[in-house]
Every structure is written in C-alpha cells, then in structure tokens.
Design a protein around this ligand. Structure first.
Ligand code: PLP
Length: 464
C-alpha cells in the first residue's frame, strides 16, 4: 500500500485564513488554532457531526480535538441541539435568574460531592481566576502554588510556566504580567511531593492555595503518581506513615494527589482541583471521583457547557458564601448562567448521568483501542513514542519517556510530532495541533474510526 496520501485541497481554507489575518492576530481567536507548532495552514471548519468535522473545502476528518474537550457526546448531538433551540426561542439572555441555573447546579452537585455551592461563569479562565481570589480572601494569604506545564486559563498569575499554548510556543510566561503578580506564583514540578513540602516549609504562613490539574492535560496527558512511589521519602517518614492507613481507607491509591490534600490541610491552604478538562471526562465525577479527592474548591468548564461557553467554580459552602452579595469577595458576569449555555449543559450532563456506565465504558474501550493500535504501529515502524492515557484523554509523546512531568514532556521531538500531525491530517485524522495537548474522543467514535485512525498512523509512521 502506498504511504503517500493524495494531498488534500485547502484552497478555501487558505483564503479564509488570509482574510482572518486582516482582523485577528495570527488569524485566530485562540493561539493554538493557528497550527504554528505543526506547520501548514489550519483548515477552517464549516460543520461537524458526531466524530467528524468537515472543513471549508469539503475535507472530512475524524476529530480527536472535540472542541478541546467538550464534545464527549459527539458534535451536534441531537438532544443538545434541541435543548439549545428550545431555549433560544425564549430569548438568548435576560441578565436575571432562571430556573435552568439551579437545574444544572443540582446535576453538578450530584456528580461532585465536594461542590456544596457554586457559581457559573463563562469560561475556565474566569473559574480559576475567581477560585484563586476566593482562596486568597479565605486565607488572607497571597502565594499560589501551581505546577509546571499545567494551564489554568490566561489570568495573569496563572500563566507562570504554563502549559497548552504557552508551552507550545515555548514562552516562559507572558509579557504584560507584572513581576509583582508573577512573583506570587510558585511553579513546581508535577508529581513531586517533596518540592511541595519544601515550598510549604519555606512559606508556612503565606500560601493561599495549591491549584492543580489532577491529571495534567495541558502539557500533554500526564497522570498522577499512584502508590507510595509518589511520595518523597522524607515525607513518608515524617508524617505519611502514621496517616497512611487512614488515607487509604478514604482516598484510595492516588497518593500524589492525596499528598497535596494532606499538605494543604496541614498548612491551612486551600486545595483547588482544576477539572476544567478532566471534569465529566475521566469519570462522571471527574478526577475527584476517580481518585476519591475532597478538594476545597473545584473548577469546571468544557463538557459542563456542552460546547457553549460555561465555567464553574464551586466547593465548600463556608468559602462560597464569602462571595458577594453574601460576603466581601466580588465576582460577577453579565452572561453568567446564560440560558442557552445552561440548556446545553443540562442536556449534556443529564445524558451522561442517565447513561453513565454505557458512556464511560464505551469511551474507555474506544480510546484504549485507538491508543494501543497507534502505539503498536509506532513500535512496528521503530518510531520512539511514549503514550500516556487516562480514559478518553491521551497523548503520544515523541520521546522514549517516561513522561511524569513537564520536563519529561519537553524532551519530545516536536518536529517529529509536527510531521506526524500533518501526515495524519492529510489522511483525514485531526489530532490536537501541539505536542503539549491531550487528544479526546467521545461516544460518536466507534470501530470504523478506530480502524481508519490506526491505518492512517501506519502510513504516517512509514511516510515520516
Ligand atoms: N483549566 C484547564 C485545566 C484548562 O484545560 C483550560 C483550557 O483549556 C482552562 C482552565 C481555561 O479554560 P478556558 O479556555 O475556557 O478559559
């Protein structure tokens, strides 16, 4: 079989990109969409259905981006489309409360026991930014711990050593962030509890919160350490030994994250799980369910809005009640709790709740098949890859691995990734256009898409 794909025609996409460049920096409204990290012009999307997107030139691709996570039920999923249409007939927005907000909140609380109260916002960035403000107000402290390669949106203090587009373009943070603000963020290697303990020891009364992607997605997919190997030996010695039994009874085997929880409790800081990506994806209750986590605050986005702009921050009532109008922490939004977004969220989360077992077992099996199949093709072609996967999110790093943190991920051969990406795109498979992003799939992907993807990868590896 030929390893050459007939080059796809992108004439209309090229023209649309040129027009977009007149109006938008880089022609885009979010940097990674420009495809700079993988080369070539980005296809412009005209429509999408199920597991497929169709570009402006009529090329059809199997989609592993899923709007960067939200499309767990596939594109244009009829119940979601109908819910949006129904809501739109009653007007798109009122700037006043509607019953739909509590309808969605009720569903979120049922999935996330850690969330007692919440607030809807319009993006993941707003959710994490607001959670940080709340943590600072609750503790009267200023410093935030985050982890290298984690991305929590583009609020000033959270861009320090961030993942996603920041990592993709090799930027250490962002111009325009005052050093006084960046100086309040401590960025530590992920999966290293010793580093966290040292930071708390150095600033015992100054750290307001740890914010973490419990499973990193924005440096590519990196799971948390499981088991005692995740602990720094000195931490095990000093405190873990006495408490280990009690933890194991309550938190299961996710020791890295359990360690973060323990340290935040010990030092009076808040533990914020940023589940904008992992929420409703790795399980109905996200990483909190998967690893039995009990954070103080949780941030959500992506799936919770069914493809419309929604973010959530929520958690313990004693913290959430510090928000205006009850308390002194100000936070607001003209379109927060937007009725169209609530309708899409209710349809999506409702479907996930009602078909929980079926959905999560299906996407696990499909993701496993495509992940293993492509990894095996790489091995046969002597292409060095290290794959990380948790459920239906994964990354093939172009390095021998293991990839346990951003430093490991950064060893990837990004040029090789770029060639692979382009070769797959030419064969009708749309992967995230950066080594430092996770791929996703949903319930619309099935055997046919898996086989076509493996076949495309076989050719792409041989062509590379
Ligand atoms: N937090 C995480 C874990 C994310 O993956 C993202 C976006 O990818 C954000 C926050 C920011 O969300 P948004 O792009 O909706 O502002």
């Amino acid at each position: 079989m030929s390893t050459k794909a007939a080059p796809l025609v992108h004439t209309r996409s090229h023209a649309l990109q040129q027009r977009a460049e007149r109006y938008f920096p880089g022609g885009v409204n979010s940097p990674v969409r420009a495809f700079r990290a993988v080369g070539g012009a980005p296809p412009f999307v005209e429509r999408a259905e199920g597991a497929y997107v169709v570009d402006a030139d009529g090329n059809r691709y199997i989609d592993y981006v899923g709007s960067w996570g939200p499309m767990i039920l596939g594109h244009a999923f009829p119940p979601v489309v109908e819910a949006i249409e129904r809501a739109a007939r009653n007007s798109a927005s009122f700037g006043a409360s509607t019953a739909s907000e509590a309808d969605l909140a009720e569903r979120i609380v049922a999935c996330y026991p850690a969330i007692e109260k919440m607030r809807f916002v319009s993006s993941g960035t707003e959710a994490t930014m607001s959670a940080i403000r709340l943590a600072r107000a609750a503790t009267g402290r200023k410093i935030i711990i985050k982890f290298e390669g984690c991305y929590h949106g583009h609020a000033d203090g959270l861009l320090v050593k961030a993942g996603s587009g920041v990592a993709t373009f090799g930027i250490p943070g962002s111009a325009g962030v005052p050093e006084e603000i960046a100086g309040l963020t401590i960025a530590l290697p992920y999966n290293d509890l010793g580093a966290v303990e040292a930071a708390f020891a150095a600033h015992p009364d100054a750290i307001a919160a740890i914010i973490v992607e419990p499973i990193v997605g924005n440096a590519g997919c990196i799971p948390p350490h499981l088991g005692p190997a995740g602990f720094a030996p000195e931490l095990v010695d000093r405190m873990h030994r006495q408490q280990r039994k009690a933890w194991e009874a309550t938190v299961g085997p996710a020791d890295y994250l359990a360690g973060l929880r323990l340290l935040t409790r010990q030092y009076g800081a808040l533990f914020i799980c940023d589940e904008v990506m992992t929420g409703f994806r790795v399980a109905l209750g996200g990483a909190c369910e998967l690893y039995s986590l009990d954070p103080d605050l949780v941030t959500l986005g992506k799936i919770v809005g069914g493809g419309l702009p929604v973010g959530v921050f929520g958690g313990k009532q004693k913290y959430m009640d510090m928000l205006a109008p009850l308390g002194p922490v100000y936070q607001a939004g003209t379109l927060s709790g937007n009725p169209l977004a609530m309708a899409a969220g209710i349809a999506t989360i409702g479907y996930l709740q009602e078909h929980k077992t079926e959905v999560y077992s299906r996407i696990e099996a499909t993701a496993r098949a495509v992940f293993d199949g492509v990894s095996q093709e790489a091995q046969k072609a002597n292409v060095v890859l290290c794959g990380n996967r948790v459920g239906a999110m994964w990354t093939w790093f172009f390095t021998g691995g293991p990839v346990r943190n951003y430093e490991d991920a950064a060893k990837s051969d990004t040029a090789a990734f770029g060639r692979f990406h382009r070769a797959m795109l030419d064969r009708g498979v749309w992967l995230p256009p950066s080594q430092f992003e996770a791929a996703f799939l949903g319930t619309a992907h099935g055997e046919a898409e898996v086989q076509a993807t493996i076949e495309a990868a076989k050719e792409a590896f041989r062509a590379a």
